[in-house]
Design a protein around this ligand. Structure first.
Ligand SMILES: C[S@@+](CC[C@H](N)C(=O)[O-])C[C@H]1O[C@@H](n2cnc3c(N)ncnc32)[C@H](O)[C@@H]1O
Length: 262
C-alpha cells in the first residue's frame, strides 16, 4: 500500500524572521522566504551549535544516552577540531530556534524533553504543544512523563505555556487540529512513532500546519534500526518543491530539517 501524502491548504501564517515584506505598494515578485536550507545549514555548521548542544545537554538531567552522546561529541571535537561536521536533533533545534525565533512549537515524541528544551532555551517565550504516549522504558531508559519534562523546561528558563497532549499521536494530533482548525506552527519536530507508515502519517498530519518560513525537523534519517525513515523524509519533504531541505547522515543517527517556502 502506498504511503500517505500530505494535502496542503493555502497557508495562513508566516514566520517574520524569515520572510521579506516589500515596502507598501511594491509587488511581491519572489516567494517571501529569504533564507532556506543552505543558509541555515551554513549557520549551523559555523556558529558553534555542536558545542552549544553539548552545553545544553549538560544543563539537563543525564541519562545513559546523553552521557554517551556527550562523550561522542567531545571525542569528535578532540580528533577533528574545527573540521568536524556533525549534527543532531539538539544542535539543529538550537540553530533553528535562534534564527527563526519561533512563537509556536509542536513536537511529536518528547521523551525526557531534550529536544523541546533546546527550543525553550533559545526561544523562552515560545508556546509549546508536546505530544507523547510516554512509552515505558523507551530505548531502555526511564520515560517519566510531563511532570519530569516540566522540570527540565524550567531548568532552561522556559517562560511560556507548555501544553502536554498524552496518547497515541495518530489519534491525538488529528483530534487537536480538528479542535484548533486555524492553528499553525513556526517550528515542528516529528520524532515519535518510528515505523515507516506511522512516521509518514505523523508528517502528513502536521506539515499542512507549518507556517511559511517555518521549519520541520525529522530525526533518525540514518538510524540503522529504522532504515525506512530516510525514504519517508525524501518522499514527503526533500522531493517536494515547497521545501528547502537539509539532511545530515554522516554520523550518529542523522537528522533533517526543511524550511517551507510557500
Ligand atoms: C525518540 S523518542 C523522542 C526523543 C526526543 N525527541 C529527544 O530528542 O530526546 C520517541 C518518543 O516518542 C514516543 N512515541 C512513540 N510512538 C508514539 C505515538 N504513536 N504517539 C505518541 N508518542 C509516541 C515515545 O513514547 C518516546 O517518548
Amino acid at each position: 500500500m502506498p504511503l500517505p501524502r500530505p494535502t496542503y491548504p493555502a497557508p495562513t501564517a508566516a514566520v517574520p524572521a524569515l520572510v521579506y515584506q516589500p515596502p507598501a505598494g511594491d509587488a511581491p515578485w519572489y516567494p517571501p522566504v529569504m533564507a532556506g536550507a543552505d543558509t541555515l545549514g551554513r549557520i549551523h555548521n559555523t556558529d558553534g551549535f555542536v558545542s552549544a548542544a553539548l552545553a545544553h545537554m549538560e544543563r539537563l538531567t543525564p541519562d545513559a544516552y546523553t552521557t554517551y552522546l556527550g562523550n561522542f561529541i567531545r571525542e569528535g571535537r578532540a580528533r577533528f577540531g574545527d573540521h568536524w561536521v556533525y549534527a543532531d536533533i539538539v544542535s539543529v533545534l538550537l540553530c533553528l530556534s535562534r534564527v527563526l525565533k519561533p512563537r509556536t512549537y509542536l513536537e511529536i515524541g518528547v521523551r525526557r524533553g531534550r529536544s523541546a528544551c533546546a527550543v525553550a532555551a533559545e526561544a523562552p517565550y515560545c508556546a509549546m504543544f508536546l505530544f507523547d504516549l510516554w512509552q515505558q522504558g523507551y530505548a531502555g531508559i526511564d520515560n517519566p512523563g510531563p511532570d519530569f519534562v516540566r522540570g527540565e523546561l524550567a531548568k532552561v528558563g522556559h517562560r511560556a505555556p507548555a501544553t502536554f497532549i498524552d496518547g497515541d499521536s495518530h489519534i491525538t494530533v488529528p483530534d487537536f487540529f480538528r479542535k484548533n482548525p486555524t492553528a499553525a506552527f513556526d517550528l515542528i519536530t516529528v520524532d515519535g512513532d518510528h515505523s515507516e507508515r506511522g512516521a509518514a502519517q505523523d508528517m502528513c498530519d502536521v506539515l499542512p500546519r507549518l507556517a511559511v518560513g517555518g521549519a520541520i525537523v525529522f530525526d533518525d534519517i540514518a538510524h540503522p534500526a529504522h532504515p525506512e525513515l530516510n525514504g519517508v523524509w525524501k518522499d514527503i519533504v526533500v522531493n517536494d518543491d515547497r521545501f528547502s531541505a537539509w539532511s545530515f547522515r554522516d554520523a550518529g543517527y542523522g537528522v533533517g530539517f526543511a524550511i517551507r517556502k510557500y
